[in-house]
Design a protein around this ligand. Structure first.
Ligand SMILES: [Zn+2]
Length: 220
């Protein structure tokens, strides 16, 4: 059961992860911008701290450990990369309305188990809700990044989760259009490129140009 009790309770302990954070975690553009999985553990931890899915102290502890044992850094990076791949596969399977590849769900489910535990704590004016981290900071961060996708599946609009139609892009995005029929992550870039390609194909065809290219071939 997933309820939205994970909303931050006190300011000092706030990490409200949104679906946008999750998508940013999954997307890397052609120029290599986006989630820094191809860099190093430092860059990944910086990103986690920036998105408030990891406490700075936790990140610093991991940096310290990695400095002493490089193997640990490699293992942590592999964990992040594996979950990222699995979560992307789950998002793609939602968008493409097909079953996910074997193993992806297991990986995501394992990550979800490492999420924080909710507990009641006394406060000056009664009782408040706090959370306790159970796994290590990276497991916790990964669980938090998987959370919004689960919430969208259980109580949101999973049919609005889309993969950009541009094959060189393939960004995961949330379709906020009125009709829910958007095909590109961004109309200004990928959408425009597709429109220009269609226009070129039509122009070629109507001027009897190079009909050999598949683009210019008449519709069957
Ligand atoms: Zn795109």
């Amino acid at each position: 059961m997933f309820t939205n009790v994970l909303a931050p309770i006190d300011q000092g302990h706030a990490h409200d992860v949104t679906l946008d954070d999750t998508f940013d975690f999954l997307n890397i553009d052609g120029a290599g911008k986006g989630f820094p999985i191809d860099l190093d553990l430092d860059a990944v931890l910086d990103w986690f701290v920036d998105r408030a899915v990891i406490h700075r102290e936790g990140a610093d502890r991991l940096r310290g450990q990695a400095a002493i044992k490089p193997k640990l850094a490699a293992r942590d990076l592999t964990r992040v990369s594996t979950l990222r791949g699995a979560l992307r596969e789950v998002a793609c399977s939602i968008a493409e309305q097909r079953g996910p590849s074997p193993g992806a769900l297991d990986t995501v489910n394992r990550a979800l188990h490492a999420r924080q535990v909710i507990e009641l704590v006394p406060s000056s004016d009664g009782i408040s809700v706090d959370h306790r981290h159970v796994g290590d900071p990276i497991d916790d961060a990964l669980a938090r990044l998987a959370d919004p996708l689960v919430r969208e599946l259980t109580s949101g609009h999973p049919e609005r989760i889309k993969i950009c139609d541009d094959n060189t892009c393939r960004f995961v995005f949330y379709d906020t259009s009125r009709t829910g029929r958007r095909r590109w992550c961004d109309m200004a870039t990928c959408g425009n490129r597709a429109k220009a390609a269609r226009h070129r194909a039509r122009a070629k065809y109507s001027t009897g140009g190079d009909a050999q290219t598949p683009e210019a071939a008449p519709p069957a």
